[in-house]
Design a protein around this ligand. Structure first.
Ligand SMILES: Cc1cc2nc3c(=O)[nH]c(=O)nc-3n(C[C@H](O)[C@H](O)[C@H](O)COP(=O)(O)OP(=O)(O)OC[C@H]3O[C@@H](n4cnc5c(N)ncnc54)[C@H](O)[C@@H]3O)c2cc1C
Length: 376
């Protein structure tokens, strides 16, 4: 296969995954074109993907993003589990040794801003409000119809097309990728609370309400995210200070789906376009960033045909772990929730179990990047 720099590359989508892919290509001297339907990055008040894990920090060292993320993010030092406010288990993140702590909190928009600023240093600017409307032709030479903000259209035929266009991916749908899986009935509710004073941001907590669960995750020095399976959860929160406002409120349903192959001909999928699952474990964005880094490396080596085979085992591992954790957290049967309450305090007696949990949270349960010496 030809190496990357001589070929035209179109990336559809400038979320964290499309931006990472562009940056990882650019730092290797390859200039992709990056288009996005959105008018700009994720707004800073919508925290969305908050957790940046150790694997992502390892992957983004070389492009310069890691130092900037560490500077802006909050390190999570402890994970606490409680039942109706009564502590059951605390896991100290220092129990897993490594260059980075397993998880840091940074709103998705801030991560995207960092990637956009670094891309600008390579003179690459995402073309906002430019949507992929259709993809026709064979997947080994796709013709892509772009619609610009002014209503004008343009057809391009890139050598490589990458769909990083999110969970409703047009590239996936138009290029005939199947997206099997299942959706959960249970809705999730979310609110970010901003307080008038700084609050404790060193830990994340899951509190089983039996029925239901509410999680508390740091966002910024004065902001916490609460996420729950119960619609009435806001009345059950003990706030750590006086509330200033609620910058973001949302609700969503969870699906577990992934494509059967991440490549068809010269069309590749990465991030939510290729796989979606529940936010429990904070893996979605991190897994997509991992896709992006692997694909950029393979393109630069002229080995992109290997992408799907190399990535699918990692995707399957993460979806399996996320599904298992989601089922565990959302148990409704009173006998099983009672057992869960009994078992959890004993986990701290088994260091290997807590280390395994931390390895999953840190993203170190998938194959390490072979191009980074010593990466775990
Ligand atoms: C409530 C919530 C909490 C979450 N928490 C976490 C977390 O803590 N950690 C984590 O890792 N993940 C988390 N996630 C998941 C995370 O937000 C996603 O996995 C991540 O945004 C996926 O990035 P992406 O770039 O693949 O897609 P997106 O962020 O969806 O970006 C898609 C891009 O494609 C563009 N686009 C869409 N259609 C077109 C088109 N037709 N043509 C051109 N461009 C198009 C969009 O404009 C956008 O730029 C969470 C998700 C939710 C909903």
């Amino acid at each position: 296969m030809e190496k990357g720099s001589e070929r035209s590359i179109l990336i559809a989508g400038a979320g964290p995954v499309g931006l990472t892919l562009a940056l990882e290509l650019a730092r290797r001297g390859i200039r992709p074109r990056l288009v996005a339907k959105a008018s700009g990055p994720t707004p800073s008040n919508e925290s969305r993907a908050l957790g940046v894990n150790a694997r992502t920090l390892t992957l983004l060292e070389e492009c310069g993003a890691t130092a900037l993320i560490l500077h802006k993010s909050r390190r999570i030092n402890r994970f606490r589990v409680a039942s109706r406010g009564k502590p059951l288990l605390t896991v100290d993140t220092a129990k897993l040794r490594g260059r980075y702590s397993p998880l840091y909190a940074l709103p998705q928009g801030d991560t995207e801003d960092i990637l956009i600023a670094l891309l600008a240093q390579h003179h690459i600017v995402p073309e906002w409000r430019t949507a992929v409307e259709d993809v026709t032709g064979r997947t080994d030479k796709p013709a892509v119809l772009l619609r610009h903000a002014d209503g004008n259209s343009e057809t391009v035929s890139p050598d490589i097309l990458i769909g990083a266009d999110g969970s409703h991916s047009v590239v996936r749908e138009r290029c005939g990728f199947t997206f099997p899986g299942e959706s959960m009935d249970m809705p999730f509710y979310l609110a970010d609370y901003r307080y008038t004073q700084p609050v404790e941001t060193g830990y994340a907590e899951g509190n089983f309400l039996n029925p239901g669960v509410v999680a508390r995750i740091p966002v910024r020095e004065d902001t916490l995210r609460y996420i729950s399976t119960r619609e009435d959860y806001e009345g059950l929160i003990t706030h750590p200070g006086e509330i200033r406002d609620k910058p973001w409120v949302s609700s969503f349903r969870v699906s577990f789906r992934h494509v059967e192959s991440m490549r068809r001909g010269r069309v590749f999928l990465a991030g939510d376009a290729a796989h979606i699952h529940s936010p429990i474990g904070a893996r979605g964005m991190n897994l997509g960033i991992e896709d992006a880094c692997w694909l950029a490396w393979l393109i630069s080596e002229g080995r992109e045909a290997e992408y799907s085979d190399l990535r699918m085992p990692a995707i399957e591992t993460v979806i399996k772990a996320t599904r298992r954790n989601t089922v565990f957290v959302t148990l409704r049967n009173p006998i099983l929730t009672g057992l869960r309450r009994l078992i959890l305090p004993w986990l701290s007696l088994f260091p290997a179990t807590t280390r395994a949990v931390l390895r999953t949270v840190s993203g170190r349960d998938t194959p390490p990047p072979p191009w980074i010496p010593g990466a775990k």
